[in-house]
Design a protein around this ligand. Sequence first.
Ligand SMILES: [Zn+2]
Length: 534
Amino acid sequence: MNWKRWLLYLTFGTILGGVVGALFLLIFLPYRDLDILISNGTVVDGSGGPPRVCDIAIRNGKIAGLSSWRFYFSRAKLHIDAAGRIVAPGFIDVHTHVEPNIPPSGPFRADNFLRQGVTTIITGNCGRSRTDIAALFQGLEKNGTYPNVATLIGHNSVRQQVMAFASRHPTSEELNRMETIVDRAIKDGAVGLSTGLVYLPGRFAATSEVVALAKVAADEGGLYASHIRNEGPQGIEALREALDIGRQAGAATEISHFKSTGPRQWHTISQRLALLDEARLRGQTVTIDVYPYARSSTTTDVLLPDWALRDNRLGLKEVIASSEARRKLREDILFRMNEEGWKDFSFVKLAAGRREWIGKTLAQVPLVARNLDQQVENLIEISLLGGAQAVYADMDEQDVAEAATNAYCTFGSDSSVRDPTAEYLPHPRGCGTFPRIFRRYVREQGLLTMTVAVHKASGQAAEAFHLGNRGVLKSGYWADVAVFDANTIEDRADYDQPFAPPLGIDYVIVNGVVAVDHGNLTGNGPNGMPVRFQ
Ligand SMILES: [Zn+2]
């Protein structure tokens, strides 16, 4: 061997070493310093793709990468061993009502959402929202928010701002003003227009008014989300109206808290879902959301006829003065009960209002009712005092399961922020919706696979509501993550204990910060942010 050969070996060796070293640096160096490394978990990434065991690197609020080997030399400030756990995107609650809970100063807390694994909530549903979306988002940015918050612009709120509670059609000038507010809202980042056509003052809007406003939203890409005019005997007509509005406006249409209520309508959910399929065949984009419970919750006002609530409850005022009006009201309430198939009012349990009412049915308060007439009088008395929030045992479990497992369905709790210290008995959906889906529909009943359930609770929701880089565990996306145990995840909230927190959720991470650690709020953050339409 001569010196030339040695030189050749040395040169090749150096080059090879250089290449290997460069490769090493190129592969491992970008991941040397991480904020969080979640290792060995079963990653269900929210895209609908199959689960795989791998590690997730988080840095600067975003997912830095997913791999089963590239983070070998990484140093993470926090290392989470997720062996045996599901690692999923943080859940997206597409249907909430949190406007009253956002404080004018100080951060927005939403503990009951975070504890369920929810990292993003969409508020402004059922026609009720803030009308100044820019100010809402600026406030959240300035004061801080624990979850990410997106919003719809609510038709009832817009109409009230322009026309108060007038029970008539808008003038063209009034309609113009409403259109301007909706246009501004979408430009400021609202994801679409919502309606609540059973509520005031939306009840008094004609279809054409909603079409005009939905069109303004759709022109900017926003969707149309509707609490439809009727979810009981006129449910099919109400669905037709919503689909019509979406079609005429050219808007993607979301039917909120999809259901069929009242004994006569139980087991009709397939027909309702079929109606949506027909619209899709005609080329419309139609989606739904569901809370996984057979009881609903809303104000007792929904049991009253339109005329009683017109012009800011003017009809109810007439009832006080006129026995004729009271007789008419009684008749209308009874007609509707009968139409829906109810024999009495024991299915309506008051959730709020006067202390002595809470937890009692309309057959029990304000007076113990000896007969149906007395129960109707109870409703009238409570309505005269302004009405109250109630829980209605008005759905069929199989209907709920069929809607919840429909391919186009995502999940929304229909909840506000829960205050366990306040005196009320709200619907448990505010503390149990997401864990309940994984317990009942995935683990106990096997109606959804883990992959599909996670997709619905995250990626599918982000897509339907245009939330941008969220809802999927993917490099470059925001690091919203829920780590939970598929075998133990469980909702504990029920109708008697509506605040009980869920079990089985190990970590909830919002934009790269651990907000919940084994069921306990860490207090880290607030690290949420407004989520604008994208
Ligand atoms: Zn609603």
